[in-house]
Design a protein around this ligand. Structure first.
Ligand SMILES: N[C@@H](CCC(=O)N[C@@H](CS)C(=O)NCC(=O)O)C(=O)O
Length: 207
């Protein structure tokens, strides 16, 4: 059985929603970041990076949201959340790589600046850039990712959509007004209307 290592309210929401969407049988295992459990030996043995989410499978543990999401999509082909054809599949990987390596890192400058700098002034400076950087990401995503909609890959709901939904949560925390990005807002609202999203948000104490 799959095991999802998650912390409430973290970016694990994306993988969690996808597991629910595809009807996976999985065990959710809470690893509280607030309590520092992600740095404890028990979890580091599963994911030496000490990051959430991680997915335990029969073959070993997968880390990094894009890899986890694609693995889930491929493992449940009947759910139809894997984009069809090499071009769409490359586009999906491109979007998830952007969310992971650009947008999430831009957001991480809010609470995790100490990873990049130590001086108080440097940390404040980085935090001061977060909302603008996420707005820039939102402008790009609105123009490129949800241009035709309703989903990130167009007509088909795919494994990218829970991750794009997670981006809207980073916007909210960074106090970036989603109403300024109507297509992203429509995407977020469409995700919020899905039972899988609502179930996971309730499990994370977010609604
Ligand atoms: N690139 C990783 C990032 C994972 C990550 O940084 N997750 C955060 C939670 S949203 C975390 O584990 N933070 C704990 C820490 O930085 O110590 C992914 O996409 O899965």
């Amino acid at each position: 059985m799959l095991e999802l290592y998650y912390s409430k309210g973290s970016s694990a929401v994306a993988a969690h929603v996808l597991l629910e969407e595809v009807g996976a049988t999985y065990e959710p295992i809470e690893v509280s970041i607030a309590k520092g459990e992600h740095r404890m030996p028990a979890f580091l043995r599963r994911n030496p990076k000490g990051r959430i989410p991680a997915l335990g499978t029969a073959e070993g543990v997968i880390s990094e949201s894009p890899a986890i999401l694609e693995y889930i999509a491929q493992s449940y082909p009947d759910a139809g959340v894997q984009p069809r054809g090499p071009f769409k599949q490359a586009q999906a990987r491109s979007l998830c790589a952007y969310l992971c390596a650009t947008a999430h890192v831009a957001f991480a400058h809010k609470h995790r600046g100490a990873r990049w700098a130590v001086a108080e002034a440097s940390l404040r400076d980085m935090q001061g850039r977060v909302a603008q950087n996420l707005s820039d990401c939102a402008a790009y995503l609105q123009k490129e990712a949800v241009a035709s909609g309703p989903w990130a890959m167009g007509e088909q709901f795919t494994y990218c959509d829970p991750y794009l939904f997670q981006f809207s949560r980073w916007m909210e925390v960074a106090e970036v007004e989603i109403a300024d990005f109507p297509k992203l807002q429509m995407h977020r609202d469409a995700m919020l209307a899905r039972p899988a999203t609502r179930k996971v948000l309730a499990m994370h104490g977010l609604i």
